[in-house]
Design a protein around this ligand. Sequence first.
Ligand code: SF4
Ligand code: ZN
Length: 122
Amino acid sequence: MSTTWRDEARCRQTGPDFFFLRHYKPNDHRVVAAKQTCERCPVRVECLTEALDSERTTGVTSHDGIWGGYTPRERDAMRTGRAVSNLIATHGTYQAWLFGCRCDTCTQAASVGTADPQPEAA
Ligand code: SF4
Ligand SMILES: [Zn+2]
């Protein structure tokens, strides 16, 4: 049995109801509270990476829930490159691209380093 980032997730203490809300209005106190929990979470980057990667791979609009401190709408903006996350992500990495950076080095990294194999390499 290997441990995963989920073992260290701060939301293990609060339970999922804390993060899956009926709506995600920015000033709602439940949204604010969930985001504050994520901000102190040691595996925030891993959590956000998995959410963005999964959403990108499956091609769905965002999954429900706050992941890594971001609402579904905020993750949509990241995936489509309309917003760059202020989370630490080094340029030139797939992760930074997932987080919304579309600079040349991150775009290049994404083209060769995606988690899922490309169907045709030709
Ligand atoms: S970042 Fe937030 S949602 Fe993700 S594991 Fe941590 S507390 Fe849970
Ligand atoms: Zn970049």
